[in-house]
Design a protein around this ligand. Structure first.
Ligand code: SAH
Length: 395
């Protein structure tokens, strides 16, 4: 096995159990290694720190599989890691009964570049690292064994794969894909398009926050911006909202959204209104029409994938939040999110605070939100924290 020797001092991050080794931290590579091969990681002094997946094309040149000189990285390793990850979910009271949940959350579950989401009998796998790609077969058979699922569908079509020198790939990896995949979230049925949907098909990370929306929505008029397939909208209807206007710029997303409403005959469809539009324009239009709402959800796409995009993204966040605050009735609630890794909680909160000042409202934070327990954040991998939400109530 090839040996990767770190520059002096660069072992400190590995010893704090951070899984990424950047190209600039590497002194030499003894032996030959191709993309995805397992390499030994050594400090300058010669201490063996663990094993990593080599990725010659990426700035993250290696990702740690373990921090243990003795443990081999083989089929049995992946069987153990996948089983542990699945068991963390089945033993958590919030997750145990869910049929839509994340089973493997990459680095934070000790499997860098590996995402696995469960939707009923289907597991959707997304591999974004050379190491994950190399061990694909082992990961798939471990998932089948740990979950008893009938199908593994691969959605390794994320653009970040290119940074690892990997081509996009999607298709059935195991079993047969059922014609439709429907999950139940907080008592609401949702169809998930695992083939064409965003990410692996659904935004599982917002499950708990959608539930809170339902709890806050009773007798309130709701505006759900960036509604995708209507997750927040249907929870609001289930919670007794008086009316829900949902906006998205994607026609296919709205089509699924309407279909999802029809899947839930217990909900009053007459209270639902849909608008295919750009949210930035629609919010201004609603203002000129004099419309007001009691509860507004803003769950936009990632405006800042990295810190380099933060400034432009900050302007976009401020704009929609300012417009959102202005559309609220007295006592109204704004549920506002950012899933941008490049915008931290502190910065997001200051953007929202600035938006409230510009809108001329007094507001306070009543809840701070993040992703659910199936999206854990490894204590040594703070980069794993991306979703933050603030629930603000105005006077
Ligand atoms: N809240 C959703 C997830 C939102 S994902 C849920 O709980 O499932 C972001 C959504 O924003 C996508 O559906 C995308 O189509 C939409 N979108 C992106 N840019 C937009 C824009 N400028 N105006 C309206 N919708 C937009």
């Amino acid at each position: 096995m090839a040996e990767l020797i770190l520059e002096p001092g660069k072992e400190r991050s590995v010893m704090r159990r951070h899984p990424w080794i950047f190209a600039g931290s590497i002194a030499t590579l003894h032996g030959r290694a191709r993309a995805g091969d397992t390499v030994e990681i050594h400090s300058t002094k010669g201490d063996m720190l663990g094993h990593a997946a080599f990725s010659p094309n990426s700035q993250i040149r290696a990702r740690m599989w373990n921090f243990d000189a003795q443990e081999s990285v083989d089929h049995a390793f992946f069987k153990r890691r996948v089983a542990q990850s699945v068991a963390r979910r089945t033993t958590h009271p919030h997750l145990a009964g869910q049929d839509g949940l994340r089973l493997i959350h990459g680095e934070s579950d000790g499997l860098p570049g590996v995402i696995a989401d469960r939707y009923g009998d289907v597991v959707v796998l997304q591999l974004t690292s050379a190491g994950g790609e190399k061990w694909k077969d082992a990961i798939i058979s471990a998932l089948v064994q740990a979950t008893g699922c009938k199908c593994v569908y691969e959605r390794s079509d994320s653009e970040v794969r290119r940074l690892e020198g990997l081509e996009p790939h999607a298709g059935i990896a195991y079993g047969e894909l059922p014609e439709t995949v429907v999950i139940s979230e907080n008592g609401v049925r949702m169809e998930v398009d695992v083939v064409h949907g965003h990410k692996t098909g659904f935004y599982l990370d917002q499950r708990d926050n959608r539930k809170l929306t339902g709890e806050l929505a009773k007798d309130r008029s709701v505006l759900n911006c960036f509604c995708y397939t209507a997750g927040f909208s249907l929870q609001a209807l289930a919670g007794g909202a008086s009316a829900v206007l949902s906006i998205d710029s994607s026609g296919p997303a709205l089509e699924t959204a309407r279909h999802n409403l029809a899947l839930n005959p217990q909900l009053d469809s007459k209270r639902a209104e849909w608008l295919e539009a750009d949210v930035f324009e629609a919010l201004r239009l609603l203002r000129t029409q004099g419309r007001k709402f009691d509860l507004i959800v803003l769950d936009p796409p990632k405006f800042a994938p990295s810190a380099a995009h933060a400034q432009r993204a900050a302007r976009a966040y401020k704009d929609i939040n300012m417009l959102g605050f202005r559309l609220l009735n007295p006592g109204g609630i704004l549920m506002t999110y950012s899933c941008s890794g490049g915008i931290g909680l502190e910065l997001f909160q200051s953007i929202v605070a600035g938006a409230a000042v510009d809108a001329g409202v007094d507001a306070r934070i009543v809840h701070r939100l993040g992703a659910g327990a199936d999206h854990p954040i490894g204590l040594s991998v703070p980069e794993g924290e991306y979703l933050k939400g603030l629930v603000c109530q105005i006077d």
